[in-house]
Design a protein around this ligand. Structure first.
Ligand SMILES: [Zn+2]
Length: 234
């Protein structure tokens, strides 16, 4: 019986490792997705700044056009001023010219402000592009590492599965079935130690009879509370 329990402990160890590795393998796609999301966010940050720059340029061109049409109006009014002989018309045109000139100055102030913003944005874009390039490199490395990790995990999984299969083949079928059922239902510990008369699976106190039976080692003893297979640690 002792040999059987020892086999079960080794089997359990392999199965626990297999489960752990399977969990790790399952988490890999999510890790890849996270990296892809980081990459996309970094590219989007650069694109957003560039987009902002395009808008600034469009706004500035619009202001330039606005100033241009006013300048044309001034030129037209000045020509008309020379052609008129009426003083009040001359004065009215003079007022209009002044109004346009004032508007042009305001537009030019706005243009300068936009150009200033565009200059600052250029610095931001350069910094963001540098950051994005570094992010891209780092993510490429991490993706590569994930690929390597995936290969290593798959190889280890195959190794462990083979070991597990070889162990299981040597075992009594009934014992194996009991173990498998417990392993599935209890998460990942089907065989647990007795420590100070307590089942280390459910932490309940065992009866003296159960402890004695386990110590006797003539049969497979289960915890009366949780049903796990019990062994006395060496
Ligand atoms: Zn128990």
């Amino acid at each position: 019986m002792q040999a059987e329990l020892e086999q079960l402990l080794v089997l359990q160890d392999r199965q626990q490792k297999i489960k752990q590795i399977q969990t790790e393998i399952k988490s890999l796609p999510q890790q890849r997705q996270n990296l892809e999301a980081q990459l996309a966010a970094s590219a989007a940050a650069v694109a957003a700044l560039k987009h902002k720059g395009q808008h600034l340029e469009m706004d500035r061109k619009k202001l330039e056009l606005d100033a241009g049409t006013r300048q044309e109006s001034i030129t037209r009014l000045k020509t008309q001023q020379y052609e008129t002989r009426k003083n009040d018309e001359f004065r009215a045109m003079g007022n209009e010219i002044e109004r346009y000139e004032k508007e042009i100055r305001a537009i030019e102030d706005q243009e300068l402000e936009l150009m200033d913003q565009a200059d600052k944005l250029k610095v931001e874009v350069t910094a963001e592009e540098k950051k994005a390039a570094a992010t891209k490199d780092s993510i490429a490395r991490q993706m590569n590492d994930l690929g390597e990790k995936s290969k290593a995990l798959e190889a280890r999984l195959q190794e462990l599965s083979k070991e597990r299969k070889e162990l299981a083949e040597k075992m009594d079928e009934d014992v194996l079935n009991r173990f498998e059922r417990l392993f599935t239902s209890k998460g990942d510990s089907a065989i647990v130690a007795i420590e100070h008369g307590v089942c280390t699976g459910c932490h309940m106190k065992l009866t003296i009879a159960t402890v004695k039976a386990a110590e006797g080692g003539k049969e497979i003893v289960n915890c009366e509370q949780c049903g796990r297979i019990l062994y006395i640690p060496a």
